[in-house]
Design a protein around this ligand. Sequence first.
Ligand code: PMP
Length: 372
Amino acid sequence: MSVYWNGRVRALSPYVPGEQPKDGVFIKLNTNENPYPPSPLVLEALQKAAGEKLRLYPDPESRELREAIAAAYQVKPEQVFAGNGSDETLAFVFAAFFEAGTSAALPVLFPDITYSFYPVYAGLWRVPFRTVPVGKDFSVNPEDYLVPAGGVVLANPNAPTGMVLETAGILRIAEYQAGAGRVVAVDEAYGAFTGGAFLGAASAAPYIESHPNLLTVHTLSKMGALAGLRVGFVLGREELIEGLRRVRDSFNSYPLDRLAQAGAVAALSDAAYYGEILRRIIATRERTIASLAALGFETLPSQANFVFTRYPGKSGAELFTGLRERGILVRHFNKPGISDFLRVTIGTDDEMAGFLEACKSMLLLRGKKRQR
Ligand code: PMP
């Protein structure tokens, strides 16, 4: 706390990212990174871009990248907005489409269990919000979002549950909210892991043309194995994209540097490579869910590159600590309703074997302690 902070900063509750340990002693399953390297074409493109031209500003409109995204997602380049990671584009979505807190402003809706950055953006831009409880089975019920609101934000697959809401449900919400002129933003950070290459099987992106208030938000961090490059993008009708550009150009006209633009274009050109690693991650996820079940864990039906799992009779904090002591880093959220769960990123088969071994050793230890 500092006397120099303004009221806005004093009121913030910033997002806390997962730990990024400096040494390599951990099997790192805590921030949903891709365990495989990016396409070799990306590394080639980065090397080529790391030259004399760095003295020049990058293309503020990321034209080439937006064309590559448009081709991959079968939309128009004017329907694409690119930013410095999807976190930045989400912050712009809150700034562009959700009304700040006057008494007249209706709250933006999102589930009570979802990506914990949404309330942080709302705090930053002073947008009122209301969290909607998920069902007992952690599912999101579209009916709950058919009410007057300031807008809707849904992660699909949801985080940290990994559960998918059917496209029909998303479209019903979009259609209802369109009547009131409200935007529905669908965060598809994990969409590619529902099957298929970049787009994913459960994407709402094919409906942005028919639904003028619908936005989908994407990232190359997970599917593109490029969390370190910071490339995210939003798809929506031209007028919505124009709204995001207005915010960007009131904040930072060059959110994507030359390297990020070049690397991202190369990634999007290698659907074959990414199709292969995505298939591998999905197969490892299915094997991991089965192995966890065999050990007595209860795991939600994830279609993402992570699983949300609990072990009856053990707290999430205990499991987290037990795994950490065994060199496995996972994510634990000390939040009502989910404090017994761990979110475990799907790594390589070897990493998951290490994780499962650590689980076994931890559970055996518990058995021994009990006998005493
Ligand atoms: N949305 C969700 C649901 C996420 O889990 C994440 C990753 N923490 C992001 C968006 C942001 O991803 P990035 O900024 O790396 O694109």
